[in-house]
Design a protein around this ligand. Sequence first.
Ligand code: BES
Ligand code: MN
Ligand code: ZN
Length: 481
Amino acid sequence: MAHLTSLTADKKSWKELDFDVIAIGLFEEPELAAHGQELDKALGGQIGTAIEKGDIKGKAKETNLFYSTDLRVMTVGLGKKEKFDGEVARRAGAVAVKFALQKKYARLVFVSLGADQDLAEGLVLGSYQFLNYKQEDEDRFFVESAIIVDGDRDDADKGLKIADAVCLARDLGNHPGNVATPTFLAETAQAIADEGGMKLTVWDRQEFTEMGMGALAGVALGTDEPPKFILLEYNGGGDEKPVALVGKGLTFDSGGISIKPGAGMDEMKFDMCGSAVVLGTMKAVAALKPKMNVIAAVPSTENMSGAKAYKPGDILTAYNGKTIEVLNTDAEGRLILADALSYVSKHYDPQYILDFATLTGAVLIALGHIATGILGTDDELIEKVKAAAETTGEKFWQLPLWDEYCEHVKSKIADVKNTGKSRQAGTIAGAAFLKEFVGEDIPWVHFDIAGSAWSDEELPYDTKNAATGAVVRTVVELMGI
Ligand code: BES
Ligand code: MN
Ligand code: ZN
Protein backbone atom coordinates (compact mmCIF):
# COMPACT_ATOMS: atom_id res chain seq x y z
CA MET A 1 0.00 0.00 0.00
CA ALA A 2 2.82 2.38 0.68
CA HIS A 3 5.77 2.76 -1.61
CA LEU A 4 7.58 5.42 -3.55
CA THR A 5 5.53 6.48 -6.58
CA SER A 6 7.31 9.69 -7.54
CA LEU A 7 10.67 8.88 -9.07
CA THR A 8 12.47 10.44 -11.99
CA ALA A 9 15.92 11.18 -13.37
CA ASP A 10 17.36 14.61 -13.99
CA LYS A 11 20.42 15.89 -15.83
CA LYS A 12 20.41 19.10 -13.75
CA SER A 13 23.12 19.60 -11.18
CA TRP A 14 22.22 18.56 -7.66
CA LYS A 15 22.62 22.21 -6.73
CA GLU A 16 19.42 23.04 -8.58
CA LEU A 17 17.33 20.31 -6.94
CA ASP A 18 15.34 20.35 -3.70
CA PHE A 19 15.99 17.42 -1.42
CA ASP A 20 16.46 16.36 2.19
CA VAL A 21 19.37 14.03 1.54
CA ILE A 22 21.60 13.20 -1.42
CA ALA A 23 23.19 9.75 -1.72
CA ILE A 24 26.37 8.77 -3.52
CA GLY A 25 27.69 5.25 -4.01
CA LEU A 26 31.26 4.37 -3.03
CA PHE A 27 33.18 1.21 -3.90
CA GLU A 28 35.70 -0.47 -1.66
CA GLU A 29 38.93 1.52 -1.71
CA PRO A 30 36.65 4.55 -2.16
CA GLU A 31 37.35 7.27 -4.69
CA LEU A 32 35.18 10.33 -5.17
CA ALA A 33 33.88 10.86 -8.71
CA ALA A 34 32.85 14.27 -10.07
CA HIS A 35 29.63 14.74 -8.09
CA GLY A 36 31.23 13.28 -5.01
CA GLN A 37 34.09 15.77 -5.20
CA GLU A 38 31.65 18.68 -5.54
CA LEU A 39 29.64 17.49 -2.57
CA ASP A 40 32.78 16.92 -0.56
CA LYS A 41 33.85 20.46 -1.29
CA ALA A 42 30.49 21.80 -0.17
CA LEU A 43 30.97 19.90 3.09
CA GLY A 44 34.45 21.26 3.67
CA GLY A 45 36.18 18.00 2.82
CA GLN A 46 34.47 15.78 5.40
CA ILE A 47 33.96 12.82 3.06
CA GLY A 48 37.53 12.91 1.79
CA THR A 49 38.77 12.99 5.37
CA ALA A 50 36.55 10.05 6.34
CA ILE A 51 37.92 8.07 3.39
CA GLU A 52 41.50 8.94 4.29
CA LYS A 53 40.99 7.91 7.90
CA GLY A 54 39.52 4.61 6.76
CA ASP A 55 36.07 5.34 8.26
CA ILE A 56 34.34 4.75 4.93
CA LYS A 57 35.11 1.27 3.66
CA GLY A 58 32.65 1.07 0.79
CA LYS A 59 31.36 -2.36 1.82
CA ALA A 60 27.89 -3.41 0.71
CA LYS A 61 25.08 -2.14 3.01
CA GLU A 62 27.43 0.40 4.69
CA THR A 63 25.96 3.88 5.11
CA ASN A 64 27.46 7.11 6.45
CA LEU A 65 25.96 10.55 6.84
CA PHE A 66 27.69 13.93 6.53
CA TYR A 67 26.30 17.40 7.22
CA SER A 68 26.71 21.07 6.68
CA THR A 69 24.02 23.55 7.71
CA ASP A 70 22.17 23.23 4.41
CA LEU A 71 23.31 19.88 3.02
CA ARG A 72 23.01 16.22 4.03
CA VAL A 73 25.04 13.63 2.13
CA MET A 74 24.67 9.88 2.54
CA THR A 75 27.36 7.53 1.29
CA VAL A 76 26.25 4.02 0.36
CA GLY A 77 28.77 1.20 0.10
CA LEU A 78 28.81 -0.73 -3.20
CA GLY A 79 31.37 -3.45 -2.47
CA LYS A 80 34.16 -4.34 -4.90
CA LYS A 81 34.26 -2.31 -8.12
CA GLU A 82 34.85 -5.34 -10.35
CA LYS A 83 31.71 -7.00 -8.95
CA PHE A 84 29.39 -4.11 -9.80
CA ASP A 85 26.19 -5.07 -11.62
CA GLY A 86 22.48 -4.24 -11.68
CA GLU A 87 21.83 -6.12 -8.46
CA VAL A 88 24.46 -4.04 -6.64
CA ALA A 89 22.72 -0.86 -7.83
CA ARG A 90 19.30 -2.26 -6.86
CA ARG A 91 20.47 -3.11 -3.35
CA ALA A 92 22.19 0.28 -2.96
CA GLY A 93 18.92 2.03 -3.85
CA ALA A 94 17.05 -0.09 -1.32
CA VAL A 95 19.61 0.51 1.43
CA ALA A 96 19.48 4.28 0.81
CA VAL A 97 15.71 4.49 0.85
CA LYS A 98 15.42 2.37 4.01
CA PHE A 99 17.91 4.70 5.66
CA ALA A 100 15.86 7.71 4.55
CA LEU A 101 12.71 6.07 5.97
CA GLN A 102 14.41 5.49 9.28
CA LYS A 103 15.70 9.08 9.48
CA LYS A 104 12.44 10.50 8.12
CA TYR A 105 13.90 12.20 5.06
CA ALA A 106 11.03 12.64 2.63
CA ARG A 107 12.92 13.72 -0.51
CA LEU A 108 15.86 11.61 -1.62
CA VAL A 109 18.32 12.23 -4.42
CA PHE A 110 20.75 9.54 -5.59
CA VAL A 111 23.63 10.21 -7.94
CA SER A 112 23.42 7.80 -10.90
CA LEU A 113 25.50 4.63 -10.70
CA GLY A 114 25.06 3.99 -14.43
CA ALA A 115 22.34 1.34 -13.95
CA ASP A 116 19.31 3.57 -13.56
CA GLN A 117 16.53 1.03 -14.09
CA ASP A 118 18.04 -1.19 -11.40
CA LEU A 119 18.64 1.70 -9.03
CA ALA A 120 15.05 2.87 -9.54
CA GLU A 121 13.76 -0.64 -8.81
CA GLY A 122 15.80 -0.76 -5.62
CA LEU A 123 14.56 2.64 -4.48
CA VAL A 124 10.93 1.67 -4.97
CA LEU A 125 11.19 -1.90 -3.64
CA GLY A 126 13.14 -0.75 -0.57
CA SER A 127 10.51 1.88 0.20
CA TYR A 128 7.69 -0.68 0.37
CA GLN A 129 5.71 -0.91 3.60
CA PHE A 130 2.47 -2.74 4.24
CA LEU A 131 0.62 -0.51 6.69
CA ASN A 132 -3.01 -0.98 5.67
CA TYR A 133 -4.13 -2.39 8.98
CA LYS A 134 -1.78 -0.76 11.48
CA GLN A 135 -3.47 2.19 13.18
CA GLU A 136 -1.94 4.92 15.35
CA ASP A 137 1.66 4.16 14.47
CA GLU A 138 3.84 7.08 15.63
CA ASP A 139 6.73 6.00 13.45
CA ARG A 140 4.69 5.99 10.28
CA PHE A 141 6.64 7.79 7.57
CA PHE A 142 6.85 7.70 3.78
CA VAL A 143 9.55 8.73 1.36
CA GLU A 144 7.74 11.06 -1.01
CA SER A 145 10.09 11.43 -3.95
CA ALA A 146 13.38 10.28 -5.41
CA ILE A 147 15.46 11.76 -8.21
CA ILE A 148 18.40 10.06 -9.90
CA VAL A 149 20.92 12.80 -10.68
CA ASP A 150 22.54 12.43 -14.08
CA GLY A 151 20.33 9.45 -14.80
CA ASP A 152 18.36 8.33 -17.83
CA ARG A 153 14.71 9.27 -17.51
CA ASP A 154 13.34 6.33 -19.55
CA ASP A 155 15.34 3.80 -17.57
CA ALA A 156 14.23 5.34 -14.29
CA ASP A 157 10.62 5.35 -15.44
CA LYS A 158 10.77 1.71 -16.53
CA GLY A 159 12.28 0.73 -13.18
CA LEU A 160 9.54 2.63 -11.36
CA LYS A 161 6.77 0.94 -13.35
CA ILE A 162 8.17 -2.56 -12.96
CA ALA A 163 8.78 -2.12 -9.23
CA ASP A 164 5.29 -0.68 -8.86
CA ALA A 165 3.97 -3.91 -10.42
CA VAL A 166 6.05 -5.93 -7.93
CA CYS A 167 4.52 -3.88 -5.10
CA LEU A 168 1.04 -4.75 -6.38
CA ALA A 169 1.99 -8.44 -6.17
CA ARG A 170 3.30 -7.87 -2.64
CA ASP A 171 0.11 -6.13 -1.54
CA LEU A 172 -2.04 -8.96 -2.88
CA GLY A 173 0.06 -11.46 -0.94
CA ASN A 174 0.14 -9.45 2.26
CA HIS A 175 -3.58 -8.80 2.52
CA PRO A 176 -5.22 -11.39 4.77
CA GLY A 177 -7.40 -14.15 3.40
CA ASN A 178 -10.60 -12.44 4.48
CA VAL A 179 -9.73 -9.45 2.28
CA ALA A 180 -7.79 -10.94 -0.64
CA THR A 181 -10.64 -13.22 -1.69
CA PRO A 182 -11.25 -14.53 -5.22
CA THR A 183 -13.62 -11.57 -5.68
CA PHE A 184 -10.84 -9.19 -4.63
CA LEU A 185 -8.47 -10.79 -7.16
CA ALA A 186 -11.13 -10.35 -9.86
CA GLU A 187 -11.57 -6.68 -8.90
CA THR A 188 -7.82 -6.18 -9.07
CA ALA A 189 -7.82 -7.80 -12.52
CA GLN A 190 -10.60 -5.37 -13.53
CA ALA A 191 -8.49 -2.35 -12.49
CA ILE A 192 -5.53 -3.72 -14.49
CA ALA A 193 -7.77 -4.38 -17.49
CA ASP A 194 -9.07 -0.80 -17.35
CA GLU A 195 -5.56 0.63 -17.17
CA GLY A 196 -4.16 -1.55 -19.95
CA GLY A 197 -7.12 -1.77 -22.31
CA MET A 198 -7.43 -5.50 -21.68
CA LYS A 199 -10.42 -7.79 -21.89
CA LEU A 200 -11.49 -9.37 -18.61
CA THR A 201 -13.75 -12.39 -18.22
CA VAL A 202 -14.70 -13.79 -14.82
CA TRP A 203 -16.62 -17.04 -14.46
CA ASP A 204 -18.36 -17.89 -11.19
CA ARG A 205 -18.84 -21.30 -9.57
CA GLN A 206 -21.88 -22.33 -11.57
CA GLU A 207 -20.37 -21.16 -14.85
CA PHE A 208 -16.96 -22.83 -14.56
CA THR A 209 -18.57 -25.99 -13.21
CA GLU A 210 -20.86 -26.18 -16.24
CA MET A 211 -17.87 -25.46 -18.51
CA GLY A 212 -16.23 -28.65 -17.25
CA MET A 213 -13.66 -27.35 -14.79
CA GLY A 214 -14.26 -30.25 -12.45
CA ALA A 215 -10.97 -29.95 -10.58
CA LEU A 216 -11.42 -26.29 -9.61
CA ALA A 217 -15.07 -27.03 -8.82
CA GLY A 218 -14.01 -29.95 -6.61
CA VAL A 219 -11.58 -27.89 -4.55
CA ALA A 220 -14.13 -25.08 -4.24
CA LEU A 221 -16.88 -27.36 -2.85
CA GLY A 222 -15.87 -26.72 0.75
CA THR A 223 -16.03 -22.94 0.73
CA ASP A 224 -18.85 -20.41 0.76
CA GLU A 225 -16.49 -17.64 -0.33
CA PRO A 226 -17.40 -17.31 -4.03
CA PRO A 227 -14.67 -18.91 -6.21
CA LYS A 228 -13.74 -17.44 -9.61
CA PHE A 229 -11.98 -18.33 -12.81
CA ILE A 230 -10.36 -15.09 -14.00
CA LEU A 231 -9.10 -14.52 -17.54
CA LEU A 232 -7.30 -11.40 -18.81
CA GLU A 233 -6.48 -10.89 -22.49
CA TYR A 234 -4.04 -8.22 -23.65
CA ASN A 235 -3.83 -7.65 -27.37
CA GLY A 236 -0.89 -5.47 -28.36
CA GLY A 237 0.74 -7.72 -30.96
CA GLY A 238 -1.75 -8.22 -33.78
CA ASP A 239 -1.86 -11.83 -34.98
CA GLU A 240 1.16 -13.01 -33.04
CA LYS A 241 0.81 -16.05 -30.80
CA PRO A 242 0.19 -15.03 -27.19
CA VAL A 243 2.27 -15.75 -24.14
CA ALA A 244 0.11 -17.50 -21.53
CA LEU A 245 0.53 -16.93 -17.80
CA VAL A 246 -1.27 -19.08 -15.23
CA GLY A 247 -1.23 -18.43 -11.47
CA LYS A 248 -2.50 -20.32 -8.42
CA GLY A 249 -5.02 -18.06 -6.71
CA LEU A 250 -5.69 -20.15 -3.59
CA THR A 251 -6.72 -17.38 -1.20
CA PHE A 252 -6.50 -19.57 1.89
CA ASP A 253 -5.25 -23.13 2.14
CA SER A 254 -6.40 -24.95 5.29
CA GLY A 255 -5.55 -28.26 3.63
CA GLY A 256 -9.23 -29.17 3.43
CA ILE A 257 -10.28 -32.53 4.92
CA SER A 258 -6.56 -33.52 4.88
CA ILE A 259 -6.19 -30.55 7.23
CA LYS A 260 -2.86 -28.86 7.91
CA PRO A 261 -1.36 -28.58 11.40
CA GLY A 262 -2.27 -25.34 13.19
CA ALA A 263 1.23 -23.91 13.62
CA GLY A 264 1.99 -21.44 10.86
CA MET A 265 -1.32 -21.99 9.11
CA ASP A 266 -1.75 -18.22 8.89
CA GLU A 267 1.01 -18.26 6.26
CA MET A 268 -1.42 -20.00 3.93
CA LYS A 269 -2.90 -16.58 3.13
CA PHE A 270 0.17 -16.42 0.85
CA ASP A 271 -1.15 -19.36 -1.17
CA MET A 272 -2.40 -16.97 -3.86
CA CYS A 273 1.07 -15.58 -4.57
CA GLY A 274 1.16 -17.37 -7.93
CA SER A 275 -1.83 -15.30 -9.00
CA ALA A 276 -0.03 -12.24 -7.61
CA VAL A 277 2.87 -12.94 -9.99
CA VAL A 278 0.41 -13.10 -12.88
CA LEU A 279 -1.49 -9.96 -11.89
CA GLY A 280 1.75 -8.13 -11.10
CA THR A 281 3.11 -9.00 -14.53
CA MET A 282 -0.15 -7.86 -16.16
CA LYS A 283 0.14 -4.60 -14.21
CA ALA A 284 3.59 -4.10 -15.79
CA VAL A 285 2.07 -4.94 -19.18
CA ALA A 286 -0.67 -2.35 -18.59
CA ALA A 287 1.90 0.29 -17.64
CA LEU A 288 4.47 -0.44 -20.39
CA LYS A 289 2.11 -1.54 -23.20
CA PRO A 290 4.49 -3.87 -25.07
CA LYS A 291 3.77 -4.93 -28.66
CA MET A 292 2.73 -8.48 -27.89
CA ASN A 293 -0.26 -10.60 -26.91
CA VAL A 294 -0.65 -11.98 -23.40
CA ILE A 295 -3.25 -14.27 -21.81
CA ALA A 296 -3.47 -14.49 -18.03
CA ALA A 297 -5.53 -17.13 -16.25
CA VAL A 298 -6.16 -17.27 -12.52
CA PRO A 299 -8.23 -20.06 -10.97
CA SER A 300 -9.17 -18.81 -7.52
CA THR A 301 -10.81 -20.33 -4.46
CA GLU A 302 -10.27 -21.16 -0.80
CA ASN A 303 -9.48 -24.74 0.25
CA MET A 304 -11.66 -25.50 3.28
CA SER A 305 -13.03 -28.51 5.08
CA GLY A 306 -16.64 -29.11 6.11
CA ALA A 307 -19.73 -31.05 5.19
CA LYS A 308 -19.62 -30.01 1.55
CA ALA A 309 -15.88 -30.32 1.03
CA TYR A 310 -14.26 -32.74 -1.41
CA LYS A 311 -12.68 -35.81 0.15
CA PRO A 312 -9.64 -38.07 -0.19
CA GLY A 313 -10.64 -40.80 -2.64
CA ASP A 314 -12.87 -38.54 -4.72
CA ILE A 315 -12.31 -38.61 -8.47
CA LEU A 316 -12.55 -35.33 -10.38
CA THR A 317 -12.60 -34.69 -14.12
CA ALA A 318 -10.49 -31.79 -15.34
CA TYR A 319 -11.24 -29.44 -18.23
CA ASN A 320 -9.16 -31.54 -20.65
CA GLY A 321 -11.19 -34.65 -19.77
CA LYS A 322 -8.55 -36.40 -17.67
CA THR A 323 -9.72 -38.03 -14.46
CA ILE A 324 -7.89 -37.31 -11.21
CA GLU A 325 -7.87 -39.44 -8.10
CA VAL A 326 -7.65 -37.14 -5.06
CA LEU A 327 -5.47 -38.82 -2.46
CA ASN A 328 -4.84 -35.71 -0.41
CA THR A 329 -7.11 -32.66 -0.39
CA ASP A 330 -4.09 -30.54 0.58
CA ALA A 331 -2.57 -31.10 -2.87
CA GLU A 332 -5.21 -28.69 -4.21
CA GLY A 333 -3.03 -26.19 -6.07
CA ARG A 334 -2.24 -28.62 -8.84
CA LEU A 335 -5.96 -29.37 -9.19
CA ILE A 336 -7.05 -25.80 -9.80
CA LEU A 337 -4.05 -25.27 -12.12
CA ALA A 338 -5.00 -28.38 -14.09
CA ASP A 339 -8.16 -26.68 -15.34
CA ALA A 340 -6.42 -23.38 -16.05
CA LEU A 341 -3.55 -25.03 -17.97
CA SER A 342 -6.05 -27.11 -19.95
CA TYR A 343 -8.12 -24.03 -20.69
CA VAL A 344 -5.30 -21.89 -22.12
CA SER A 345 -3.90 -24.90 -24.00
CA LYS A 346 -7.24 -25.60 -25.66
CA HIS A 347 -8.42 -22.10 -26.53
CA TYR A 348 -5.20 -20.37 -27.54
CA ASP A 349 -2.12 -21.37 -29.42
CA PRO A 350 0.40 -19.97 -26.96
CA GLN A 351 4.07 -19.41 -27.84
CA TYR A 352 4.69 -20.77 -24.37
CA ILE A 353 2.98 -21.18 -21.00
CA LEU A 354 4.43 -20.14 -17.65
CA ASP A 355 2.70 -21.13 -14.44
CA PHE A 356 3.38 -19.82 -10.96
CA ALA A 357 2.32 -21.50 -7.74
CA THR A 358 3.10 -21.90 -4.06
CA LEU A 359 2.75 -25.58 -4.86
CA THR A 360 4.88 -27.64 -2.50
CA GLY A 361 6.38 -27.46 0.96
CA ALA A 362 9.14 -29.62 -0.53
CA VAL A 363 10.59 -26.71 -2.51
CA LEU A 364 10.92 -24.72 0.71
CA ILE A 365 12.83 -27.63 2.23
CA ALA A 366 15.10 -27.83 -0.83
CA LEU A 367 15.78 -24.16 -1.58
CA GLY A 368 14.59 -22.20 1.48
CA HIS A 369 13.14 -18.75 0.92
CA ILE A 370 16.01 -17.84 -1.39
CA ALA A 371 15.21 -19.40 -4.76
CA THR A 372 12.34 -20.47 -6.98
CA GLY A 373 12.22 -24.08 -8.23
CA ILE A 374 11.72 -24.34 -12.00
CA LEU A 375 10.78 -27.38 -14.07
CA GLY A 376 9.60 -27.73 -17.63
CA THR A 377 9.49 -29.50 -20.90
CA ASP A 378 11.50 -27.13 -23.05
CA ASP A 379 15.22 -26.59 -22.43
CA GLU A 380 15.36 -23.45 -24.55
CA LEU A 381 12.65 -21.78 -22.50
CA ILE A 382 14.32 -22.84 -19.24
CA GLU A 383 17.56 -21.28 -20.48
CA LYS A 384 15.66 -18.07 -21.22
CA VAL A 385 14.44 -17.97 -17.63
CA LYS A 386 18.00 -18.40 -16.38
CA ALA A 387 19.28 -15.67 -18.73
CA ALA A 388 16.56 -13.24 -17.62
CA ALA A 389 17.43 -13.99 -13.99
CA GLU A 390 21.03 -12.90 -14.64
CA THR A 391 19.65 -9.43 -15.38
CA THR A 392 17.11 -9.26 -12.56
CA GLY A 393 19.18 -10.80 -9.78
CA GLU A 394 16.40 -13.22 -8.83
CA LYS A 395 17.37 -16.83 -8.15
CA PHE A 396 16.05 -19.97 -9.88
CA TRP A 397 17.08 -23.58 -9.61
CA GLN A 398 16.03 -26.21 -12.10
CA LEU A 399 14.84 -29.64 -10.99
CA PRO A 400 14.55 -32.58 -13.40
CA LEU A 401 11.28 -33.79 -14.85
CA TRP A 402 12.44 -37.21 -16.04
CA ASP A 403 9.95 -39.86 -17.17
CA GLU A 404 10.68 -41.98 -14.10
CA TYR A 405 9.21 -39.20 -11.94
CA CYS A 406 6.19 -38.82 -14.21
CA GLU A 407 5.26 -42.41 -13.32
CA HIS A 408 4.80 -41.29 -9.70
CA VAL A 409 1.51 -39.52 -10.45
CA LYS A 410 -0.13 -42.37 -12.42
CA SER A 411 -3.24 -43.72 -10.68
CA LYS A 412 -4.55 -47.29 -10.65
CA ILE A 413 -8.18 -46.24 -10.92
CA ALA A 414 -8.01 -42.86 -12.69
CA ASP A 415 -5.74 -41.23 -15.27
CA VAL A 416 -3.62 -39.47 -12.65
CA LYS A 417 -3.50 -38.95 -8.89
CA ASN A 418 -2.74 -35.72 -7.09
CA THR A 419 0.13 -37.02 -4.96
CA GLY A 420 3.45 -38.64 -5.80
CA LYS A 421 5.39 -40.96 -3.49
CA SER A 422 5.31 -40.15 0.18
CA ARG A 423 8.30 -37.98 1.23
CA GLN A 424 9.97 -38.30 -2.17
CA ALA A 425 10.57 -35.64 -4.83
CA GLY A 426 7.45 -33.69 -3.87
CA THR A 427 8.18 -30.66 -6.03
CA ILE A 428 8.87 -32.81 -9.07
CA ALA A 429 5.65 -34.80 -8.52
CA GLY A 430 3.74 -31.52 -8.52
CA ALA A 431 5.23 -30.54 -11.87
CA ALA A 432 4.77 -34.08 -13.28
CA PHE A 433 1.08 -33.78 -12.45
CA LEU A 434 0.74 -30.34 -14.09
CA LYS A 435 2.47 -31.61 -17.24
CA GLU A 436 -0.58 -33.82 -17.88
CA PHE A 437 -2.66 -30.71 -18.48
CA VAL A 438 -0.33 -28.71 -20.71
CA GLY A 439 -1.10 -29.05 -24.41
CA GLU A 440 1.33 -31.27 -26.29
CA ASP A 441 4.23 -29.40 -27.92
CA ILE A 442 3.56 -26.17 -26.04
CA PRO A 443 6.79 -25.06 -24.35
CA TRP A 444 6.04 -24.73 -20.64
CA VAL A 445 7.83 -23.81 -17.44
CA HIS A 446 6.42 -24.32 -13.95
CA PHE A 447 7.65 -21.98 -11.18
CA ASP A 448 7.27 -23.36 -7.65
CA ILE A 449 7.38 -20.20 -5.55
CA ALA A 450 6.38 -21.77 -2.21
CA GLY A 451 9.74 -20.58 -0.80
CA SER A 452 10.43 -17.38 -2.71
CA ALA A 453 6.96 -15.81 -2.47
CA TRP A 454 7.58 -14.50 1.01
CA SER A 455 10.63 -13.81 3.12
CA ASP A 456 11.39 -14.78 6.70
CA GLU A 457 14.17 -12.20 7.06
CA GLU A 458 14.82 -8.55 6.41
CA LEU A 459 16.85 -8.24 3.18
CA PRO A 460 17.89 -5.08 1.29
CA TYR A 461 14.68 -4.96 -0.68
CA ASP A 462 12.53 -7.59 1.04
CA THR A 463 10.68 -7.36 4.33
CA LYS A 464 10.54 -10.02 7.08
CA ASN A 465 7.40 -12.18 7.08
CA ALA A 466 5.97 -10.38 4.06
CA ALA A 467 5.34 -11.17 0.42
CA THR A 468 8.32 -10.48 -1.88
CA GLY A 469 6.62 -10.17 -5.26
CA ALA A 470 9.40 -12.50 -6.44
CA VAL A 471 9.49 -13.60 -10.08
CA VAL A 472 7.48 -10.67 -11.53
CA ARG A 473 10.64 -8.84 -12.60
CA THR A 474 12.15 -11.95 -14.18
CA VAL A 475 8.96 -12.73 -16.12
CA VAL A 476 8.79 -9.15 -17.40
CA GLU A 477 12.42 -9.45 -18.53
CA LEU A 478 11.88 -12.90 -20.07
CA MET A 479 8.86 -11.72 -22.02
CA GLY A 480 10.97 -8.91 -23.45
CA ILE A 481 8.68 -6.14 -22.17
N1 BES B 1 0.09 -24.49 -0.45
C1 BES B 1 0.72 -25.72 -0.16
C2 BES B 1 2.22 -25.69 -0.36
C3 BES B 1 3.00 -24.87 0.63
C4 BES B 1 3.45 -25.44 1.80
C5 BES B 1 3.34 -23.59 0.33
C6 BES B 1 4.20 -24.70 2.67
C7 BES B 1 4.10 -22.85 1.20
C8 BES B 1 4.54 -23.40 2.36
C9 BES B 1 0.16 -26.81 -1.05
O1 BES B 1 -1.16 -26.68 -1.41
C10 BES B 1 0.30 -28.09 -0.30
O2 BES B 1 -0.30 -28.20 0.74
N2 BES B 1 1.08 -29.03 -0.81
C11 BES B 1 1.30 -30.27 -0.17
C12 BES B 1 1.24 -31.35 -1.21
C13 BES B 1 1.25 -32.74 -0.65
C14 BES B 1 -0.02 -33.00 0.13
C15 BES B 1 1.38 -33.72 -1.79
C16 BES B 1 2.65 -30.24 0.51
O3 BES B 1 3.60 -29.69 -0.05
O4 BES B 1 2.75 -30.73 1.63
MN1 MN C 1 -2.46 -27.43 0.11
ZN1 ZN D 1 -1.90 -24.73 -1.42
